[in-house]
Design a binder for this molecule. Sequence first.
Ligand SMILES: Nc1ncnc2c1ncn2[C@@H]1O[C@H](COP(=O)(O)OP(=O)(O)O)[C@@H](O)[C@H]1O
Ligand SMILES: [Mg+2]
Length: 149
Amino acid sequence: MEIIYNIENINEVAKQLIANVTTKTLLVYGDMGVGKTTLIKAIVKLLGSHDDVSSPTFSIVNEYEANNTLIYHFDLYRIKDVEELYNVGIEDYLFSDNWSIIEWPEKIENIVETPYDRIDLVLNPDNSRTLKLKNKNEFNLINMQSGNI
Ligand SMILES: Nc1ncnc2c1ncn2[C@@H]1O[C@H](COP(=O)(O)OP(=O)(O)O)[C@@H](O)[C@H]1O
Ligand SMILES: [Mg+2]
């Protein structure tokens, strides 16, 4: 799935995205300032949470309460060693039944052992953003084709 969007459409984008994901683990890729946190804010609201969303600054993960579920919001920008992730119990988060939404997932992509959806955000010259969603199956297929697995 691919969507080109502006900030005014962010809630509609979140809706389409959540309707198309196949897991509750979302790896959100994209450069600094591209709109990862903004998108996650819209997703968290869509899932029924009234909690304030900001990138985790002092911790690796923020936790939000939504309708009958929890959302774990990770920002791995400052992670230097996967050991830090094991120390916070990353596996327990990923294996839980709750949502895990992860900014800067490059740091963990090699250790994720649960199914996930990959979201790529790119800034376009006209300031719009392109969102690409790759479901787990599609993603695995692409990975195998390019020999990355
Ligand atoms: N689709 C969009 N169109 C225009 N501006 C956007 C869009 N998405 C996000 N922005 C703006 O980009 C800026 C950075 O967004 P942010 O979510 O903090 O980026 P990131 O988390 O990727 O570093 C914010 O000012 C936000 O309003
Ligand atoms: Mg951010």
